[in-house]
Design a protein around this ligand. Sequence first.
Ligand code: ZN
Length: 665
Amino acid sequence: MAGRIREEDIAAVREQVRIDEVIGEYVTLRNAGGGSMKGLCPFHDEKTPSFNVNPSRGFFHCFGCQEGGDAITFLMKLDGVSFTEAIERLADKAGVQLRREDGDVAEERPKGPPRQRLVEANRLAQEFYAEQLLSPDGAQARAFLDERGFDKEAADTFGLGFAPRGGEVLFRHLRGKGFSADELVTVGLCAVGRSTYDRFRGRLLWPIRDPSGATIGFGARRIFDDDRIDAKYLNTPETPLYKKSHVLYGIDLARRSIGTSSQAVVVEGYTDVMACHLAGVTTAVASCGTAFGEDHTRILRRFLHDHEDFRGEVIFTFDGDQAGQNAAMKAFAGDQSFASQTYVAVQPDGLDPCDLRMRDGDAAVRELIASRTPLYRFVLGNVVRQFDLDRADGRVDALRAGAKLVSSVRDRSKVDAFARELASMVGADPEEARAEVRRAAARAAQGEGAGAQGAPGQQGGRPGQRDDDRRGRPGGPGAQGGQGGQGGQGGRGEQPEPARRRDAVPDLRDPRFTIERETLKLVLQHPVAIGRTTADIHENDFTHPIYQGVWALVAAAGGTVAGAQDHDWVGRLRDASTDPAVSSAISALAVEPLRTAKAPDPDYVVHHVVRLMELTALRRIAEVKSRLQRTNPVEHAQEYNRMFGELAALEQHRRELRDRIAGPA
Ligand code: ZN
């Protein structure tokens, strides 16, 4: 396996990549003044732009949904790529050569055509194939679509095409556009035999796109009886762009709906994805040429994660046959924190969504998805049904088999409910079912020896605890160790209610926080200009706990003087944060334009920093005055005089601050 990417190369990517260019490929950005740019947020639906990018600080933040981070986080969140993939893409863009920690010889990225060339070749191929679909030769392919209820508009939406039957039509077309045979083979459009030839011949083609909409490969269906290749479907082979274990057909169209609805529907084939989307189920995706696997799960989770604390549901469509049941069983045995949010929509009469739509219309497809049942119930039902429940021994066996399954559920908070459900399926007493589950758990614990999994036999543990612990793991399994820790995912699990904490972010328009906010913006965006002016600032100068949290990180990082020497100042602070609300505030403060159109001069800095301290002095003055009023000067003369002295000192301190704001002039 390739080792970790060297830290200095990651730093180089961070330094050289331009966040406005990266985001500009997804979002139209306009200048918003103060060095900031604005656009419509890609993470939530909105009509007026609240998505801000600060190119000089390398940060983005949305004031609508509180998403924020750097270019790396942006790609991870929007495209669902891992930290490493995000770095690789940005390195390509910035022209940084990545090296690995373990490479004794500097192991470089595989030599070959740059990614942009391959993407461009696919784009042109897709256009070419789409034109061919309209040609007389494409008649058979059009008939195929027509029979399945897909009209020209549907074909356009999904970019469908037809690969001509000749052996090198596409090859010649793209050679004419300046692509080398090597590039066309690398991207999988052509293959090499005695000569270079088109990989897809005489087939109906679905372009497979990445989440950003770039075509990265094709799926090709057999439509001619005399096709010399028997396989019903051919796919692009593994290429630098196309990794079948990661590819989700339809994700470009579905990702936004998945994010906003926190629901994803997994279907079997290209036509099913099309049928679902056309029927209004816009969260449908499918794996391509391979079973839906763990990498797919991981990618979907990232898109679901984008919404808020992971509460999304993933719905698999299954026909009730053995293959479907096996697939469900496998999904259940896999990642269980995922399984608990997994649902199954069992197709009536075994009709897939495409056939169902043909027979019964769009509404039937929507009903199929709406009829979902939790995966565990589906699996449990399948297990129980294998036994003859009319016989006493059959019920005992069913209970035992079901209990084994229930006891494997790691979320202890669900075990009891599952046991009750098992009891009602079998027709047993709930207490009997619970006892059987306990016995199954004990047996499993013995089998596992020391029980490294964490107390499988322990009943009635703190509900939900384990599940939350797992969910809080930063970066997820695909992220590269500690490097995946930045961005909004870090430390999520430590806050039991991140959604609620978000509400604690101060209202931007609340004038009580104007000075605090502006000062922190200066600290984050202009550490050089603010310099040592902040030397006397203390955490208590900030009244909002989140701003106190931001300042605490600044102080711990060495203060603004340290920030002046660090181009990744904001990123470092954000990485150091364990509170999502503070992380979010940091990215917001890093992108929000200053309240001045000019670059901040010393006057501007002093006005805010010193005013911040003056406000603290005023608060303390008010406090002391109030205590003085409540103190009897005769009965508590000593205390009264002490406070009076304190008040005088505070007033003096405050006057000095006033003078600094007024300046020497
Ligand atoms: Zn947003």
